[in-house]
Design a protein around this ligand. Structure first.
Ligand SMILES: Cc1cc2nc3c(=O)[nH]c(=O)nc-3n(C[C@H](O)[C@H](O)[C@H](O)COP(=O)(O)OP(=O)(O)OC[C@H]3O[C@@H](n4cnc5c(N)ncnc54)[C@H](O)[C@@H]3O)c2cc1C
Length: 417
């Protein structure tokens, strides 16, 4: 599949299609393209281990857990991956929403909504191991990891990038890749987006997400909780093992240092108990905490010549409702179908009009999800007493009116079908 020539003394690889960024989105997209018979090269900065049996944490595949919507689970099923992924996935059967110090609360029950589950929680590290081994085994995918893309140019026929080996001391240890299309899935601070001069609309929430795994005295029984506290929203998701739960706790930037580090385990567990109450019993043990600064980043354009932005490079959301990855995967599915039709017709995979049409077709879904996440964060972090009353009555009304429940069931925690 690879065709090496040289250009300006550097080795040149000609790629039928190219993804920059082999994180959760880049690897999934490559598998989707391959499933449609489209060969692809992925360039990834992290040097992944050869043996994925005991993969420690890597950028995208870190200590986090991801709530997968039913549609995302269906996509992984269609890719033939779900039977393996589900070994470390936990279904969500109930969702409880409440606010600390308020009487309003709401409950969603999958059985009452006529669903098998609201979705599944999976450990990113496991998702990474499975995606990586599938990508490596796929004849149509070439993963070149441990390389940093540092230059990007394009003309009417090709996009050309320069990639430098991150493992080499020698700065000249680099090569070029030329492709009719480049899909930039290189994360929130996307090099490709910056190289193309694409601006972003950015909102810094002044918050960080503290992420960890805890053990509780009460079994989780596949229940997920979203608790709004004065510091910020706190999400508890059920994990494999009957009393293991994932925590995503949003706190104001600057306060996270209080909770990081092994010495602060006991204080963290106490604070969690006070904020969450006793619904999960006692918080008995905590894992290491990791902190993620939170901002909303939206690229002002997603199709630029022969380049299309994907994943966090296109939009990065607040994780409050667990929507980010699910939205990225819906984008990836639409792009894959578009490119498959283009290939079938023998047309140019990097055709700008086609990529612009793809972008337009995704904007409604993207804007709706972005508004939804943003309004939850803003609506629940305001301490105005009138707003608090509105939230209380809102949550009560929500518990009473089935229509309202169904609407939130569709969106909450990334579970929109
Ligand atoms: C705390 C938290 C909890 C979340 N929970 C959920 C959830 O429950 N459900 C949900 O749907 N979403 C969730 N999300 C969102 C989800 O994690 C993101 O949408 C997803 O990780 C985006 O993946 P990505 O591959 O686009 O970006 P990234 O994970 O950032 O991957 C980008 C990749 O590109 C590589 N790269 C970067 N620059 C270069 C370069 N120059 N050259 C080569 N490679 C490069 C990086 O090494 C990396 O591997 C959560 C996010 C956070 C912060």
């Amino acid at each position: 599949m690879l065709n090496f020539t040289t250009n300006e003394n550097l080795p040149l690889i000609k790629a039928p299609s190219l993804i920059v960024g082999g994180g959760m989105v880049g690897l999934t997209l490559a598998l989707m393209l391959a499933k449609k018979g489209l060969p692809v090269i992925i360039l990834e900065a992290v040097k992944y281990p050869e043996n994925t049996e005991s993969t420690p944490y890597y950028s995208s595949f870190d200590a986090r857990n991801t709530a997968l919507s039913r549609r995302t689970v269906q996509i992984f099923t269609d890719l033939g991956l779900w039977s393996v992924l589900q070994e470390f996935a936990t279904p969500i059967l109930q969702i409880h929403i409440s606010e600390q110090g308020s009487f309003g609360k709401a409950r969603l029950d999958a059985t009452q909504e006529g669903l098998e589950s609201f979705g599944q929680v999976i450990e990113n590290a496991w998702l990474g191991r499975v995606l990586l081994s599938q990508v490596r085994a796929n004849q149509l995918i070439t993963l070149i990891d441990g390389v940093n893309v540092t230059e990007l140019t394009q003309d009417h026929e090709f996009v050309t990038i320069n990639a430098v080996k991150t493992t080499s001391e020698d700065a000249s240890d680099s090569f070029n890749v030329k492709s009719p299309i480049l899909i930039a899935a290189d994360g929130r601070d996307s090099f490709c987006r910056r190289a193309l001069g694409v601006g972003v609309d950015e909102h810094d929430y002044g918050q960080v997400a503290l992420v960890t795994t805890v053990q509780t005295s009460v079994l989780h029984e596949q229940q997920a909780f979203e608790r709004f506290s004065p510091q910020g929203p706190l999400a508890l998701l059920p994990l494999c093992g009957e009393n293991r739960r994932s925590i995503v706790w949003t706190v104001p930037t600057g306060t996270e240092q209080e909770w990081l580090g092994d010495a602060n385990d006991a204080r963290f567990l106490d604070a969690l108990q006070v904020t969450f109450g006793n619904r999960a019993g006692r918080f008995e043990k905590t894992g290491k905490r990791f902190a993620y600064p939170l901002s909303q980043v939206l690229a002002q354009r997603q199709a630029i010549g022969r380049v299309v932005l994907m994943g966090n490079a296109a939009h990065t959301l607040h994780p409050v409702a667990g929507q980010g990855f699910n939205l990225c995967i819906r984008d990836a599915q639409v792009l894959t179908n578009t490119l498959a039709v283009q290939a079938e017709q023998g047309d140019d995979l990097g055709d700008h009009t086609m990529l612009t049409n793809y972008e337009k077709s995704r904007l409604t879904d993207q804007k709706r999800v972005i508004r939804f996440c943003d309004s939850i964060v803003r609506g629940f972090t305001h301490s105005n007493p009138l707003l608090k009353l509105a939230r209380n009555t809102g949550l009560l009304a929500f518990d009473v009116f089935p229509g309202a429940k169904q609407m939130v069931a569709n969106y909450a925690m990334g579970l929109k079908v």
